[in-house]
Design a protein around this ligand. Structure first.
Ligand SMILES: Cc1cc2nc3c(=O)[nH]c(=O)nc-3n(C[C@H](O)[C@H](O)[C@H](O)COP(=O)(O)O)c2cc1C
Length: 245
């Protein structure tokens, strides 16, 4: 196993950071890594906004509620799915925007953004920095867009806190291969035979040092999906110009 794979496999979200700052050189490397990910048809449909203003950072942290490390991490980036450049080009050329509005374009921009973010995460972890994605900015996606002056055809998807880890959580056990990896066709039976994995996750949660609990993976998922989450996101996307068709 090479160093890159070893680093990927020892990933764990970091939510406690020291006061150490990240150097400009490190930040430049993080951004370069993010910018050089694969991108659908070379459209580079994302933007990254660093939040350096502490007042703004606090407002964003308030929106995330459950993520105090948003306030404390040395560096905080917001990842924005962004087709606004393409909208401007089409407008400048008096072309209609229908091709940007559909679900396919929104998916493409979302995928481009996630690839950029994960490239940054991998780069950060290769420099012994810790990261945590912050999807909870979508607790109030409209307010985030207003705070960042986001134009149409943009979506603030998630943030990422980055800093020097104070400590690292134990690794969270992933599913055994037979629950997630198949050959040639979807393996309905194996993928849903989660008893062993439920026990593994329950043991992990019972024995972990911070916030132990006794949930299995199935129980955790039932808890997550018993409510419709963030129902306002769809209307926000429509307001940003997406038809969702
Ligand atoms: C898109 C995305 C959004 C996330 N949002 C949050 C968040 O708002 N707050 C948080 O503490 N962790 C967040 N996480 C981190 C996950 O909880 C974490 O990755 C997951 O529990 C697996 O743990 P691990 O990364 O330590 O292996 C997010 C992860 C992803 C990929």
């Amino acid at each position: 196993m090479n160093q890159t794979i070893e680093n990927l496999i020892k990933h764990t979200a970091v939510r406690d950071f020291t006061d150490q700052t990240i150097t400009n050189e490190q930040k430049n490397n993080l951004i370069a890594a993010a910018q050089h990910g694969s991108t659908s048809e070379f459209i580079q449909a994302f933007s990254i906004i660093e939040i350096t203003d502490s007042n703004l950072r606090n407002k964003l942290a308030d929106i995330t509620i459950s993520s105090p490390h948003v306030r404390e991490a040395d560096t905080f980036y917001i990842f924005v799915a962004d087709l606004h450049r393409q909208a401007s080009m089409l407008r400048a050329n008096k072309m209609n925007l229908d091709s940007l509005k559909n679900m396919e374009s929104l998916l493409v921009a979302t995928i481009d953004t996630a690839i950029a973010a994960q490239n940054m995460a991998t780069a950060a972890e290769s420099m012994e920095l810790g990261i945590c994605y912050i999807g909870s900015i979508r607790n109030n996606i409209k307010q985030v867009a207003e705070l960042l002056n986001l134009p149409d055809f943009t979506v603030p998807l998630f943030g990422m806190t980055i800093g020097v880890p104070k400590f690292k959580n134990q690794l969270k056990p992933r599913m055994p291969k037979q629950n997630q990896i198949a050959t040639n066709s979807y393996d309905e039976e194996s993928f849903n035979n989660l008893n062993d994995y439920d026990n593994t996750v329950k043991n992990y949660y019972l024995n972990r040092k911070s916030h132990p609990n006794d949930n299995s993976w199935t129980e955790k998922n039932l808890d997550i999906f018993k409510h419709i989450r963030r129902p306002d996101v769809a209307q926000f996307l429509r307001n940003q110009g997406f038809s969702l068709n």
